[in-house]
Design a binder for this molecule. Sequence first.
Ligand code: CMC
Length: 432
Amino acid sequence: MTNQTVPKTAKLTFGDQELDLPVMVGSEGEVALDIRQLRAKTGAITYDPGLGNTGACQSKITFLDGEQGILRYAGYSIEELAQKSNFVEVMWLLLHQQLPTAAELEQFTHEVTHHTMLHENLKQLFSSLPKAGHPMAVCAAAVGALSTFYQNASANSPQQNWIDAVRLLAKMPTIAAYSYKHSIGQPFMYPRNDLSYAANILHMMFATPCEKYEPNPVMARALDLLLILHADHEQNCSTSTVRTVGSSGANLFASVSAGISALWGPLHGGANQAVIEMLMSIRDGKRSAREFMELAKKKDSGVRLMGFGHRVYKNYDPRALILKKACYDVLGQLGRKDPLLDIALELEQIALSDNYFIERKLYPNVDFYSGIIYKALGIPVEMFTVFFAIGRMPGWIAQWLEYQRDPEAKITRPRQIYMGATPRAYGQVEKR
Ligand code: CMC
């Protein structure tokens, strides 16, 4: 359907009632039925577990077309941004939905570089947590705890929201690196403001006070690319969580802390860790690639081909295409080989010619190849999802800010279809 042929309303017949549902058309032609009057007029609600058919907001931030494999931030293709931009510029792009001028970029880079330190007392939070605790739990706790250090945080003031946004973008790498240093018992490394955003992350992760450490520029550029590709992905599970928490009026730190928890799950951001563990188990001979694929096709095995499939992409995830090429580039530039890349290629080859995966339109997603690059950068496996969180931070913030500005935004409160017991009399415990 073209924009001209999309009808203005959709007729719904329900018993003897007829309802004209207004039709909305997005700037890229997405068609939606506005059902806001549905329950008031008919008494009925909609049923859509997982919300795969439900538009919960209007947004100007990210467009993706899962059938075509297209991803754009505010109109700019992910391929072009990956090639020509950098993560700090992409942050601004997502927050403002336009590219910064040179002066704006300089000022913004200065801001996210000069708010990187954590309050000294926040360090005690890290030390009070078990070393073996998952860093995603540590990061969720530390980001939530920022509300206790910045008590002005609230959802009500655009000026305050901006200050909180800058603080979070600047401090997330420090929080992430501290969660790692704590887990291995090394001293925390203060941020270095003379380094780029990505190079500073490498410094805080890998430097120690005993030796000089200069981040490798190839690694810094590879990390920057990973961050760009993860920066936003419209209404995914963690972003919807951030919007939902923000819809209650909770401050940015509280909302993003919840987003970090949502991202942690293996079906979402946690998949990057699961992919590398899957590849390592094949490398270590637990089972062959073919045996693994057979298992992944069996429903009752509880095994899935991690890094494959997507709720929205029914084609190759464009981020995975960029990362597959980047795997070769980064390993080549670092003069390394990784047998895990060969195993990933073999799994992909099998999947792309297997009817199970073809029929279900299961293709590699962003997590399939990202872990191989993280591994080449020396990032430990349990930190992979934390790096996803650093990358997704501007997306979460941009979506949260958009929600706060949206005149149509309401507190998120879905309905349900109650299927439980109907009224019955309470029986005393001794008679049950
Ligand atoms: N391996 C084997 N079978 C799969 C896979 C997979 N990775 N993904 C989906 N299927 C099957 C699934 O069993 C179902 O089969 P059937 O129709 O016979 O019941 C069919 O494909 C549709 O799957 P679904 O679970 O209904 O699809 P969904 O849209 O609800 O789930 C997904 C999307 C990403 C959760 C799922 O594809 C998956 O679990 N993938 C592996 C985990 C993963 O890589 N997650 C990262 C997603 S991308 C980054 C991010 O968003 O964080």
